[in-house]
Design a binder for this molecule. Structure first.
Ligand code: PLP
Length: 428
């Protein structure tokens, strides 16, 4: 057993004064039947908890840290900006540089607006799609998570999926009735939805690589069908690339698959580990946003200089070193193969899905391609595995329905240690 006395003490205190003792549900470790560890620092691919235990981290703050924890150049960029001022609520050069970076990298983005979180980005993109089309209905896919705004918290994945409460209390029936839930990767179903409601649909929002029901790859024909149908019925296609953006490739999932949406939401990596979000897209649509147009959206800390400094440095490093993607993808492939082998050799059914450095190990014999197949996974087995791995210094996502992330800081030694731990865990 690990010594986690200080974490336990902090959690006891936190539970008294914070909901569930946490600021975001999955951090409570409920899905793996443990109390959470309190993290005190990170460097590269490793984190340390308040009791001094060291772990190889595969959560990486849920995706933003593609360069690892405390990358020295990112730290320096933030330090420099702190000295100059943390927020002005006025225009800065950094914002323009960030917009240029995004517009040059992400094919669908002619224009981009910065916000403070992925939730804000998707919420604003939904409002914009309704404002632009003059229609109300949004289509989303079961198991995809787009943050916690009301119209998107309908049968959502991530924490809500984990805790088995897909419809949050507090979301009105009126809001829910404007959101249609479809099955991921099911072309027939989305065709039927358009046949029935085509002239009422404002937009279809999708994670082009799903990461919030574990990792689920899009079938080629699925994204293509979404593009064709939305075009035909004059609805907007919104790619939620908060997780996949700048991760599955520098041009994001849309660059990888060659399917260009009308709007794109971003977050995570573009903030380099600081709070951020963004939405961008075709010029005629984006010109509808205030102060150019009638769709209102604003933010006191939007385009925050610290987040821009961290994000810009991260994007600069990624754009100047394109080989980094190939290198980490290879490491991710090696890790997947090793983890798969560790289970196979011990007769444990497993399906591993991976797109680049997004991956998930489902304790599930069948292929996982949508929400229904994902939830067939053996969550008790995942809990057992998680506990065995954490004892061995491997910090995995504390839920079966989340994605493992690799960074450029993960070393071959980290990968070997993780595979070795997995072989040991599989025997327990
Ligand atoms: N969209 C996707 C695809 C996400 O994975 C997330 C968060 O994990 C969000 C939106 C919400 O982002 P945030 O947690 O920054 O509000």
């Amino acid at each position: 057993m690990i010594n986690n006395k200080r974490s336990e003490k902090l959690f006891d205190k936190a539970k008294k004064i914070m909901p569930g003792g946490v600021n975001s549900p999955v951090r409570a470790f409920k899905s793996v039947g443990m109390n959470p560890l309190f993290i005190s620092r990170g460097a590269g691919s490793h984190i340390w908890d308040v009791d001094g235990n060291e772990y190889i981290d595969y959560v990486m703050s849920w995706g933003p840290l593609i360069l690892g924890h405390s990358h020295p150049d990112v730290v320096d960029a933030v330090k420099m900006q702190v000295e100059l001022g943390t927020s002005f609520g006025a225009c800065t050069e950094l914002e323009v540089e960030m917009a240029e970076k995004v517009v040059n990298a992400v094919p669908s983005c002619d224009i981009v607006r910065m916000v403070n979180s992925g939730t804000e980005a998707t919420m604003s993109a939904i409002r914009l799609s309704r404002g632009y089309t003059g229609r109300d209905i949004i289509v989303k896919f079961a198991g995809c998570y787009h943050g916690h705004s009301d119209s998107l918290l309908i049968k959502a994945g991530s924490g809500a999926l984990t805790f088995g409460s897909p419809d949050s209390k507090g979301v009105t029936k009126e809001t829910a009735k404007d959101t249609i839930i479809a099955r991921y990767n099911d072309v027939k179903m989305i065709e039927d939805i358009f046949l029935n409601f085509g002239d009422k649909i404002a937009g279809v929002i999708v994670e082009p690589v799903a990461g919030n029901m574990g990792t689920v790859k899009p079938k080629e024909e699925f994204l293509k069908a979404l593009r064709e149908l939305t075009k035909k019925y004059e609805a907007l296609l919104i790619f939620d690339e908060v997780m996949s953006g700048f991760r599955v490739s520098y041009a994001s999932a849309q660059g990888l698959y060659g399917i260009i949406p009308d709007l794109t939401t971003l977050g995570k990596i573009i903030g380099g580990g600081l709070p951020v979000g963004a939405y961008g897209g075709r010029e005629d649509i984006m010109r509808m946003i205030s102060p150019d147009g009638p769709v209102y959206q604003a933010g006191t800390l939007s385009g925050n200089p610290l987040a821009m400094a961290a994000g810009l440095m991260t994007l600069n490093i990624l754009s100047k070193n394109p080989e980094l993607y190939e290198e980490i993808n290879k490491k991710a492939e090696r890790l997947c193969n090793g983890l798969e082998e560790s289970m196979k050799q011990n007769g444990i059914p497993v399906t591993i899905n991976r797109v680049g450095t997004m991956m998930c190990m489902f304790f599930n014999e069948e292929p996982v391609y949508d929400y229904d197949t994902a939830v067939k996974s053996n969550t008790d087995m995942y809990e057992k595995y998680f506990k065995e791995m954490i004892k061995r210094g491997i910090y995995l996502p504390p839920s079966q329905f989340e994605t493992f992330f690799l960074s450029t800081a993960h070393t071959d030694i980290d990968i070997e240690k993780t595979i070795k731990a997995s072989f040991e865990a599989a025997k327990c």
